[in-house]
Design a protein around this ligand. Sequence first.
Ligand SMILES: NC(=O)c1ccc[n+]([C@@H]2O[C@H](COP(=O)([O-])OP(=O)(O)OC[C@H]3O[C@@H](n4cnc5c(N)ncnc54)[C@H](OP(=O)(O)O)[C@@H]3O)[C@@H](O)[C@H]2O)c1
Length: 278
Amino acid sequence: MTTQTTSLAGRHVLVTGATGGIGLETARGLAQRGAQVVLVGRNRERLSRVSAEIGGHGTIQADLGERAEVRRAAAEYRDRFGALDVLVNNAGAMYTTRQESREGTELTWAVNHLAPFLLTRELLPLLRRSGAGRVVTVASAAHVVGRIRFDDPEFRRGYSAWPAYAQSKLANILFARELARREPSLQSVSLHPGMVASGFGKNGGGRFARLYALLDPFSLTPEEGAQTSLYAATARLEGQGGYYADSRLATPAPQALDDGAAERLWTLSESYVGADTP
Ligand SMILES: NC(=O)c1ccc[n+]([C@@H]2O[C@H](COP(=O)([O-])OP(=O)(O)OC[C@H]3O[C@@H](n4cnc5c(N)ncnc54)[C@H](OP(=O)(O)O)[C@@H]3O)[C@@H](O)[C@H]2O)c1
């Protein structure tokens, strides 16, 4: 593992899901390294408090489950900040029961996959202009049991939280890979943060919340869980389009290395958000 890191002094970074858990510690770590960090979250009060606590550069309030809000957040970022070097697609969740956004899209698919896909696409002009643009997408080892249901990505038939989540995390890795292929001037990677005691899995209550609470003593702290994100955002990386775990390049499951599936997923995602970029 190389410990060489690129300097972040004065560099512009956007972190989604930065109000808690791994995202908060990632944003804090990047701010400590001199980056101008903008935080995205749903709750204005939490955003202000966290931004003040870590020395953030600004905040953008958006519910990433709604495509219209993702577009608005990207436009707001472009207008207010005008430059972007590193985008950390961190926000993510698991939903105990099948739920839809106001736009009528299943939430795991909307928040975990369509949001990073669309946000990245909307910010591509800034990332390209950076000269050293980087996109870090937080996936999960859960992808190993995932498969993309190309005919039913929103689980209209037989919803189950874990397969829907695993699909979305496989989609994160395939997205990072395909983005790297399409945008060779950018670095695009995905990662597994480890099992982390955070708000993850607990927000929906019920048996998942109880299970995740039981796992907390055996899990990493959010600060420890942010280390691979910080590495992916700052280190000189060897693996364009690669998947990282434990702050080193790792080999994901075979279905995450399927370039045909990555291309097909890109086309499927465009059918939701359109093929135009700003
Ligand atoms: N924890 C683990 O063991 C683990 C393992 C593997 C991968 N991961 C991945 O790591 C990432 C971060 O998870 P975490 O463990 O830090 O979870 P967390 O503590 O629940 O934090 C999730 C963050 O995402 C934000 N978020 C959730 N839904 C959102 C939405 N619709 N719009 C905007 N923001 C939203 C939350 O913001 P609010 O303040 O608005 O709720 C929060 O800041 C996720 O992508 C997850 O899949 C976690």
